[in-house]
Write a protein that binds this ligand. Structure first.
Ligand SMILES: *Cc1c(COP(=O)(O)O)cnc(C)c1O
Length: 688
């Protein structure tokens, strides 16, 4: 894989190839075979992980644009979703064969991971061949799933988790009567009592599950949801009590499933081993207690996604593969069953993230950038001469002796006064970068800049000279950074490593971090982000990304990397009049319902792109993004009254001759169009 050295983007040494781009952005590491850099320098999508059917992502974006679907747009690749289900099935099938396991494997998709109807429907449809089911964690989710499974000819498993009040349990009992293969997972004895009451009323034999509190503490980001402190699940003593209650009622054989949820994005395989081992023992012990209806061991969620491609034991990654996960789960359960001489149960996992993450890509464009510099040497010298009256000596060190080189007044900004010392020091530091120690130059410049600011705050430095001090400081930093880049990475002083970040460009991206990428602030796993075209060109800029909101949190300044997260992203120079597209990948899990309506940017367009039998792609489903009208209604504006109110105001303004009639008409037309328009920037907005 890419080493740090090979990722230094400049200066241009050797010829740049698309393989260099793939290495720089580490696509092969996190792409799981679904994403790659194509020969043409664009990101390609391989829904079945083979190059045979690859799609050019940039071409899709252009195709969407031709259909009036502008970026930002969330593209879901349904074929990736079905491939994930197939993979999950295949790796467990392999583990089952390898371990001589006698049970089966079923995945139940927890719909909270991505509840969008088209996604849940697709999981349900694609999972049919494997007998996969669904998991719900609340009453509304149950309502959705009850309807969605209406057409099933063979019932598929529905597992119900979460806090269950009386009506939730009543719905479960009724769904059982309706013929659904539904298993409520009892999380407390109170739930058990509630459920038994409804059972008596409706006279139906429910299937039951039990969630056990594990002693082995989960270690994912949600570790609070596992272990003995978790709010869900029964202590061992309570499990025994549950058995007693069920036996008393002649219902012990209704207990079919044991469950645990060791946390999400488990990055250390040891946690999986511990949790599954403990759960398997609970299963075997319950059989020994006479619960001979038991046939499912449900190991919950937690199967991780390698967001940064490092295969490391940290939250944005994981130290195991899907094959190893399946192998461990099956092996642990098998060995406990062997030891206890009990039958092999059906293994269930509630792998949400691993199923849903890869399918979605958020594509956005970059309407503008701000950058520091460049600071051409001749400009700096000309300015210094003009503003400070310092004699410019070509490449020499006019100011190295402190104030001595100051000319005798008459310069523009100093206006005959003595040149302030911090500015002289800054110029000295600037000039010394090529000749002296870069650390010293950097320290001197930093100190002089602080002094300049102090003078300004005391009223002794004009705004113009403060501006010059800033420029000199930045120009010095730029020189220091460039000097660092030509050094061996291990020789670069630690203090100077972050200069790149300080001097990075800011690329303004046409999205709002809040609705579209909530994970980047809500939880830590970072999404891989990269340009989706021009990858045959060497990226020459380093940037942080800012969104359109005026919120200072609305920026992304941490990027996935095999080592440490990176502080800047390598990007290409923007070309005037030409769109530049980037994308955030692996955003299909825990995305679309977390965001809020920051600055009233709403949902982006969502398109479902599928492979076509005859090659290429087609749009199977399209959900247009929110209009301004919709987000305003969402925050309780009576949108139908807004336009008439404004029209009345315009009418009065025309009367009073503050506006002409054509101006009033333009304003009202603009208002009406915007109300019905996309909340993000459109190409025409950017041109102005
Ligand atoms: C959230 C959740 C899951 C999904 O976990 P992933 O890590 O996304 O696989 C599974 N089971 C329960 C009970 C959950 O709460």
């Amino acid at each position: 894989m890419a080493t740090r050295e090979s990722r230094v983007a400049e200066p241009a040494r050797s010829e740049w190839t698309v393989q260099d781009a793939a290495d720089l952005y580490q696509v092969e590491a996190w792409g799981e075979g679904y994403f790659a850099v194509g020969e043409t320098g664009r990101v390609v999508v391989r829904p079945d992980r083979t190059p045979a059917q690859e799609l050019d992502l940039f071409e899709i974006v252009c195709g969407l644009r031709d259909r009036d679907l502008y970026a930002p747009v969330l593209i879901r690749f349904s074929d990736i979703l079905s491939d994930r289900l197939k993979r999950l099935h295949d790796v467990f099938a392999a583990a089952i064969a390898e371990n001589g396991y006698e049970g089966q494997y079923i995945a139940v998709y927890p719909i909270k991971v991505n509840q969008q109807r088209p996604v849940v429907e697709e999981v349900h449809r694609h999972g049919r061949d494997f007998g996969f089911g669904l998991e719900v964690g609340s009453k509304p989710e149950l309502l959705a799933v009850m309807a969605l499974t209406a057409g099933d000819r063979t019932p598929r498993l529905i597992v119900c988790n979460g806090f269950k009040d009386s009506t939730y349990l009543e719905a479960v009992i009724l769904a059982t009567k309706l013929g659904r293969h539904i298993i409520p997972v009892i999380e407390s004895l109170t739930e058990l009592r509630r459920l038994l009451k409804h059972r008596d009323t409706y006279d139906v034999r429910p299937r039951l599950g039990v969630r056990v509190k594990l002693a082995s503490q989960g270690a994912g980001r949600w570790k609070e949801s596992a272990g003995e402190k978790s709010k869900f699940g029964l202590f061992a003593s309570e499990v025994v009590e549950m058995v007693r209650i069920l036996r008393e009622r002649g219902m012990l054989d209704c207990l079919e499933l044991v469950h645990c949820h060791p946390g999400s994005q488990l990055h250390d395989i040891r946690r999986v081993k511990d949790a599954v081992g403990e759960l398997a023992h609970v299963y075997a012990e319950l059989l020994a207690l006479g619960a001979d209806g038991l046939r499912y061991v449900n190991v919950g969620g937690g199967l991780g996604v390698d967001y940064d491609g490092s295969q490391a034991n940290r939250s944005s990654s994981l130290n195991y593969t899907m094959e190893e996960y399946a192998g461990e789960v099956v092996y642990r359960i098998a060995s406990v069953c062997e030891a206890k001489g009990v039958a092999h149960p059906t293994v269930i996992s509630e792998s949400g993230r691993a199923i849903a993450a890869y399918q979605s890509v958020l594509v956005f464009d970059v309407p503008g950038a701000i950058r520091m510099g460049p600071f051409p040497d001749e400009d700096i010298r000309r300015t210094v001469e003009h503003e400070l009256g310092l004699a410019a000596t070509d490449g020499g060190s006019a100011a190295t002796d402190g104030g001595s080189a100051a000319a005798d007044g008459g310069s523009a900004a100093t206006d005959g006064e003595e040149v302030p010392q911090p500015l002289l020091d800054l110029f000295t530091a600037y000039e010394s970068v090529g000749t002296g120690s870069i650390m010293e130059a950097y320290h001197d410049a930093t100190q002089a800049r602080e002094q300049a600011l102090a003078l300004f705050n005391l009223g002794y430095l004009s705004l113009g000279l403060r501006g010059l001090a800033e420029r000199l400081f930045w120009a010095t930093c730029t020189r220091v950074r460039d000097a660092c880049r030509s050094m061996e990475p291990e020789d670069v002083p630690a203090e100077l490593e972050r200069l790149d970040e300080f001097l990075a460009d800011t690329y303004f991206c046409n999205f709002s971090v809040f609705p579209s990428l909530p994970d980047s602030w809500a939880i830590d796993p970072l999404f891989p982000i990269m340009p989706i075209h021009r990858l045959e060109e060497r990226p020459t800029r380093k940037a942080v990304l800012a969104d359109l909101t005026c919120d200072s949190d609305g920026k992304i300044d941490r990027f996935t990397d095999m080592d440490e997260p990176r502080r800047t992203l390598d990007v290409h120079e923007l070309r005037p009049g030409e769109d530049y597209y980037m994308a955030a990948f692996l955003v299909g899990a825990y995305q679309e319902t977390l965001g809020d309506l920051h600055n009233l940017f709403g949902d982006t367009h969502v398109v479902h792109v599928r492979l076509h039998e005859a090659g290429g792609w087609w749009i199977e489903e399209l959900v247009r993004g929110d209009t301004a009208r919709k987000v305003l209604e969402y925050v309780q504006y009576d949108v139908d009254r807004l336009l008439p109110e404004l029209a009345r105001d315009c009418e009065l303004a025309v009367r009073a001759e503050r506006l002409t009639l054509p101006e009033s008409r333009t304003l009202l037309r603009f208002y009406e169009t915007e109300l019905n328009g996309y909340t993000y920037l459109l190409p025409e907005d950017r041109q102005a």
